[in-house]
Each structure stands twice: as C-alpha cells, then as structure tokens.
Ligand binder design. Structure first.
Ligand code: GYE
Length: 345
C-alpha cells in the first residue's frame, strides 16, 4: 500500500515536471522540428528558389563583377536563396562545394568551372540527384551533354577571333600588312576554357598571315601579378615585340607596368600594340587615353541571364543548351564618357 502511494507520487511528479518543461520549451521544440522539416524541402527557405553557386575565386576585376552580378540577382526580394562558395582557384574545392549543394538538395547548381575537364563524376552525381546544373561563364568539356542543363556565358573562341580581326584592320590602317609582326600572348589560367578559346580564336586568324610571328605564349593566370612577372621575362628575351595579346585586363595592367619599367612605350602612339580582353572600367579608361589599343569585351553580368533561364525551367519550358551574353569591342573611338559612366565594374 505504502509502496503504491509512493509510485503514484513519483508518477505525478514526473507528469508535472514534463508539463512545466513543455510550457517552458515546448514552442521552441516545435519550431526546431518545423525548421528541420523545411531543411528537407530545401534548406529552410520556404518558397524561395535555392541556388548553390560555386564561383572560381576572385582573381580579377572581371570575376568580382561577375560575383556582384550574382549577388544582385539572387536575392530574397527576387525569390532566391543563394548559397555561395568561393573555390579559390581550386577544382577540388568546386567539386566539394557541388557535393555539398547536392546533399543540401538545392534547387539549382550554378558554377563556373575553373578548368574545362574533369567534371564527369560530380556532374553525374548531380544528375542522379535530379538537380539541374547551369554552367556559367567558362565551359566544361564532357562527352555526355546531358550532364548539365544549359550554359550561359561568352563565346571565347569568337573573342579570340575578334582580337585577330581587329589586328588585321589596324595593320592595314597603318599600311603594315606586309611587315613582319612579332607577337607575344599572355594566356589566362592553364586548362580554363576562356584561355583555350581565346588562344584558339586568335591563332586561327594569325594562321592566315605568314608575316605574323607568335614568338611565345605564356600562362599568366589572369592576375596582375603574374601578368607583370611573365611580361618581364618576355621583355628580357625579346627586344622586338610589336604586339601583346593579353587575355584579360588584369594581366594587361601588370604587363603594361612591366613594359613601362623597361623603358618601352605602349598603345596608340607607342612601340607595342596592346590587345586586351574583358573591358572593365579601369581598362576602358586606359583605352580612352590610348594606352590599350583595343579591349575585347567579356560581359560579366550573367546573373540576370541565368535568372531568366531559371524562370523558363520553373515554368516547365525547354531551354537551349547554350546562351551567349552580348559583347562589344572597344577602341578609343567608341569609349565615350557615357560608356565609362555606365560601367559600374
Ligand atoms: O576574362 C578573366 C577571369 O572566365 C571569362 O576569367 C572569364 C575570365 C575573365 O578571371 O578576367
């Protein structure tokens, strides 16, 4: 009898304690469960479209502008939740980020591949998870095109060709079409499609001219520092360089520094013709003052294009395999004050 009573007292005690605990923490417990439920449906963001972005790094002014375009586009106000990862130039970091996006079950994976090969396995994993992959800016080289949904970016081979065509015209203008022309090429990151394409495009035009001599092509990693270092070396080896093709504005800025320090002149009235790529604001100013002869534009504002593609996919519509962004060619003739004022990057 006595034992039974103490049993009841204990039971009531436990029940009271539970009620008290529930009153204190009950709502929090449920909130956590709710959040977890959302995690399962898409990282706890309700109706927002979740995009996992793997960016190459922050090697150049162009890259920073590209990142800014994504940050401006994929906002909560626009209906997105963006998980952003900076891979610091390493493919392995990009693969890790993509795997983490897959395990978080994002709605879309967006990534700019630092190099073009070696993506099959991770893209296959994304495909099996049913997550559409949008390739941005640089391209991937995979045999199975079903491994990604679409690609939004530039036509880098065409950019290289534009550089060649401009040089043809410029030499014709100066009546130098029959003279020997010595060219050095500062290439971007080894294995990157932007580098491969620009190199190929320019080489295809150069190949049509027997008097154009490509003395050397060197990797400059798309950075100011490396561009300068490589140019210093080239200047030591060759004292008769007529043209520098530099595959982005950052390397160009470094190369021009090296040329000036070496006592040579660049640009419209200089000894060395400078052909650059990207057309970021600082470089366009150098075009306007005649230091860079021509800048082949590469448009970093790709966020909006990608968002348009996502809208089509959300509406269940077919999308193209390739979307090219609009791009121009800038010389002293068309870099007006308006162009400079408008250019935010
Ligand atoms: O030209 C360069 C950058 O992939 C097109 O990457 C892009 C290139 C761009 O870092 O500045």
């Amino acid at each position: 009898m006595f034992r039974r009573r103490s049993y009841f007292v204990t039971l009531i005690g436990i029940l009271l304690a539970m009620t008290l605990l529930f009153m204190m923490f009950g709502s929090r417990l449920f909130a956590d469960i709710e959040e977890e439920a959302n995690v399962d449906e898409g990282v706890g963001v309700g109706n927002l479209i979740v995009v996992g972005v793997s960016q190459i790094g922050s090697e150049s002014g162009w890259r920073s502008a590209n990142t800014e375009s994504l940050q401006k586009t994929f906002t909560k106000e626009n209906g997105y939740f963006m998980i952003f990862n900076n891979a610091r130039q390493k493919q392995e970091n990009q693969i890790k980020a993509i795997r983490s996006f897959i395990s978080q079950r994002v709605d879309y994976i967006i990534f700019s591949p630092v190099v073009e090969s070696g993506w099959e396995t991770v893209l296959q994993e994304a495909k099996e998870a049913g997550i559409p992959v949008i390739i941005m800016d640089r391209s991937v080289n995979v045999a199975d095109q079903s491994l990604y949904t679409t690609h939004v970016g530039s036509d880098s081979v065409e950019e290289g060709r534009k550089a060649g065509r401009w040089l043809e015209k410029d030499l014709a203008k100066q009546r130098k079409y029959n003279e020997d022309i010595n060219i050095v090429v500062l290439k971007g990151t080894e294995g990157a499609s932007a580098q491969i394409g620009r190199t190929m495009g320019f080489a295809s035009v150069a190949g049509e001219h027997e008097n154009w001599h490509i003395l050397e092509q060197q990797y400059g990693d798309f950075t100011i520092y490396k561009g300068k270092e490589v140019m210093e070396e080239l200047l030591k080896r060759y004292d008769d360089i007529d043209v520098v093709i530099s595959q982005n504005d950052d390397m160009t800025i470094g190369a021009i520094e090296a040329i000036k320090e070496d006592g040579r002149t660049v640009g419209i009235n200089g000894e060395i013709t400078i052909i650059s790529f990207d057309a970021v604001h600082d470089a366009l100013e150098m075009v306007a003052e005649g230091t860079i002869n021509v800048d082949i534009e590469c448009n970093p504002n790709q966020g909006e294009y990608i968002s348009d593609v996502i809208s089509l996919l959300e509406a269940g519509q077919e999308v193209e395999k390739r979307y090219y962004v609009e791009e121009d060619v800038f010389t002293i003739e068309n870099v007006t004050k308006e162009v400079l004022d408008e250019r935010s990057y």
